[in-house]
Design a protein around this ligand. Sequence first.
Ligand code: IMP
Ligand code: MG
Length: 402
Amino acid sequence: MNKNTCLVGLQYGDEGKGSISQYLSYNYEVFVRYQGGGNAGHTIYKDGKKIVTHFLPVGVARGKDSMGNDPICILANGMVINPISLVQEVKDVSNAIGVSPESLVKNIFISNKAHVITEKAIEKDRQREELQKIGTTKTGIGPTYESKYNRTGLTVSEALSNPEYKEFVEMFSSNIVNTEILLNELNDENYRIFFEGAQGALLDVDFGQYPYVTSSNCIPSAIGTGAGFSPRKIVLNIGVIKPYTTRVGAGPFPTEMSKEEDEAFRLKGDEWGATTGRPRKCGWLDIPSLRYAIQLADIDEIAVSKMDMLDGVEEIKVCVGYSLDGSYVDGISDFPTGKEWDKVSPLYESWPTNKFLESLQEYLDIKIRITSWGPNIEDKVFIRSGSKTDLAMSMRNKSDKV
Ligand code: IMP
Ligand code: MG
């Protein structure tokens, strides 16, 4: 069974969701974004070209499947959309994959209920950042969700009469619909649907390190309200992680590396924000927070991206628990909140990199299904059973390729 799937990040965003989504996109027909907006930056490489999507799910760049069908993309009601940036993104993506914007747009459907990111919201995000210092992407996310919930927001259907959005309206005129109905119809017709999460579980507005979070729920259950699609109809939740952690923006970061380690990692891993260009702070893998995220996101399988970062490294530091006020915190039965984060000290182990996947699977108690050893589709390894031999083979497969 290879049906409705949700893929989310289990860290602070930038886990490599784009690349894994692209690899999986050949198994699905419909691609959905259900939260967030242009704060996301999902990077893929196609025919040697780098493509970054912000509003569109990366499935948009897949091209025809083996049956000759183009991908169907849905920007659902839980999203916040900047019409002007979206028009530009459509032009950029269509240019990169060598199709006309008109033919790309034919299969992109936008919820009439999604909220519009206005210039005013962007300005408010910028101004507030001066005081609040969350380290937002300054793309107007917070103020737009704020207007939505205080009932002064502008929906996509209301924006259609605004001359400022003329190009957007012309481009999408026949594709602004009740995407919740479309989505349920497609499901009834047995289309395979892929939900692409943005940001990550540790930036979730409820379960992240509030207030250092984004303004939406990032976990799969957000699909219920963010797309009008019951999470019961999703059969597989995939969580994406890197073998280390990165964070852009402010907030607690218990496993943050020393300055020297951080700089070395950033260079090797090319860790700069895809949306803002900011350097990403690097930290060691944080097992307790992954356990917490796996629990909340009800994850079935893990995909590990950026495994090539372990090349030439014999051992890697991993945080396996926290010490907090004299207690041991494992991320399953307890997890820090608020001011407690200031008192957390990470407990580290050093794992041999050739046993990394095995140890990870054991500590997280969940199957590792995909590993990624580079930015291209060919760099992905699908792990069938999750047995020790299989995991070791996945490590070896990579060295065969070099
Ligand atoms: P906002 O979503 O722009 O309001 O930013 C809130 C926090 O989430 C900041 O720490 C941002 O750096 C972070 N953030 C938002 N979107 C992403 C993302 O796609 N990747 C990584 N961090 C993000
Ligand atoms: Mg990103």
